[in-house]
Design a binder for this molecule. Sequence first.
Ligand SMILES: [Fe+2]
Length: 305
Amino acid sequence: MKVNRPQQESIGAEILDFDVKLTTPEQAIAIKELVYQHKLVIFRNQSLEEKQYLEFSHKIGTPQIYPQDNYHHPEHPEIFVSSNVLRDGEKFGVRATGRYWHTDCAFLDEPLPFTMLYPIIIPKSNRETYYLDMQKVYQKLPDHLRMYVEGKYLKHEAKWRYKVQEWDIDKAIIDIIQDFEEKFPAVQHPAIIVHPVTQEKILYMSSGFTTGIVGLDYETNQKVLQELLSFTERDEHIYKHEWEDGDVLLWENRTLNHKASIPVLSEESLNYRIGVYDGLPFYVSSASSDNSAAVEKVLAESVSK
Ligand SMILES: [Fe+2]
């Protein structure tokens, strides 16, 4: 497997001349290791039927079925559809997803380790996805900000990002939010997570889903979160991927925040996302945790698939 990198200083590896349909179990392991090492892997010139895309995701891990079924592809619920086009005259997936900094499913107790994205229709303009390297952000975090997150837990919730659906008509906003909150209550994760494979420390927060530092009062939270996020979202931490037809991207949500660009209203857009569990805990609790046995077990299971 030929690999070209770096795309940018700390993230991104492009796998050259590779057809994901033909991925062997050994190559699947190598791909996962590239994801752990470079955070984002790019495959060019792919041509996949929906079933073939799904088969590739099974080689990498266990595809997620997203907990809100209005995002599901009608025939393949593992495919999360972000789209502003109709299919057979019917609404197809959800439009305008992920246009804010986030990591997928940070608002769940067990967030999503990997995201795979395969655009079917790429808009002509504004065809980028942006990434933030949160491992690098942690390394560069100034002491006066680090002291607010070291050893702390952060609160994450999705209720402010809920997209109103047909069945919400005639409901009060407060009832819509409360109904959603019952299904997806706020969760807490360590502010600094430790990667289960690389043992690197990562600042795990985003302006999309992180709503507070546990233990701080409201005013301090507002001030500190703003400062942390302003530092995090600096241009120097951002990598931009400009999509080309046939691109498949696979990235890690432990280490990267991402956001979609905002397409021009008149331009069509259709993306197939598959979330993948890699069989490892999303994070381990401290840098000294010996997780090597679990990592070896998961990699060995991939070979025997
Ligand atoms: Fe996302």
